[in-house]
Ligand binder design. Structure first.
Ligand code: ZN
Ligand code: ZN
Length: 247
């Protein structure tokens, strides 16, 4: 579209083996980098609640071999590895890598569930606090918050609805920077009813998730410019990034 280039191809929701992703951080950076298409990705591993039941069950099922959550003690090492990988990604692929986390609240009663991404984080954020306090903590760190898959998800084998932020949008919307209008294959078109700022992400956990909804942004390839562009939500496009026909 003449006059509208260049857009940056972005994915702001990516998990690695620091939590429940299948690939290491380095392998993930190489997968995105090797496409030669991506300009910006954010690494957003899970921070779970201390008593997350699914994670406990998962640890038992995998005999403790898989991690499901970042830990407070491990958080500085996680940020340090992202920083090192970001320098390599910039050098090898011209790709901007942003540090983040998905603060994940899975309660027994689904109506309390929220998944909140904080981008540009500098410090640990506990998942064992109220959603509004998580959002305030992201603001305090000068980060950017994303309300993840904010409505019912029906394409997963196990449905875990994460509607808390949407159900409480009257009080919480002023604290949320951007809402996921698309996540992997799903569209959360309810977000358009309130004219909230949008973003579209892969929620990457394994290789095939590369082919999913993405965001195009028109701005400089730097974190301050990306943050401002997401908040302003003017030069934004949602894009379905696919290789083959989807089944
Ligand atoms: Zn999530
Ligand atoms: Zn996620």
């Amino acid at each position: 579209m003449p006059g509208y280039e260049p857009f940056l191809l972005c994915d702001f929701h990516v998990h690695t083996s620091w939590s429940d992703g299948r690939l290491s951080l380095r392998e993930t950076v190489d997968l995105y980098g090797a496409t030669g298409c991506f300009d910006v990705i954010a690494i957003t591993d899970h921070i779970l609640m201390e008593r997350d039941l699914l994670a406990r069950a998962g640890r038992l099922a995998t005999l403790g071999r898989r991690r499901f959550s970042l830990t407070r003690e491990g958080f500085p090492a996680y940020l340090a590895e992202i920083e090192a990988e970001a320098a390599r990604a910039r050098r090898e692929y011209g790709m901007l890598v942003i540090p983040g986390a998905e603060i994940t609240q899975n309660h027994l009663r689904g109506r309390f569930n929220s998944h909140i991404i904080g981008l540009g984080l500098k410090e640990w954020i506990s998942a064992d606090q109220r959603a509004d306090d998580i959002l305030r903590d992201i603001r305090r760190q000068d980060g950017l918050s994303i309300a993840c898959h904010p409505h019912h998800r029906t394409t997963r084998r196990i449905e875990i609805s994460t509607c808390y932020l949407w159900d409480h949008r009257k009080e919480l919307a002023p604290l949320v920077d951007v809402w996921e209008a698309a996540n992997r294959d799903d569209l959360f078109s309810v977000t358009s009813l309130k004219h909230y700022p949008y973003v579209a992400n892969s929620d990457f956990h394994r290789g095939k998730h590369l082919y999913s909804w993405k965001t195009l942004l028109r701005c400089d390839k730097s974190w301050p410019a990306v943050k401002a562009a997401l908040r302003a939500n003017v030069d934004v496009a949602l894009m379905l990034f696919r290789k083959d026909r989807w089944a």
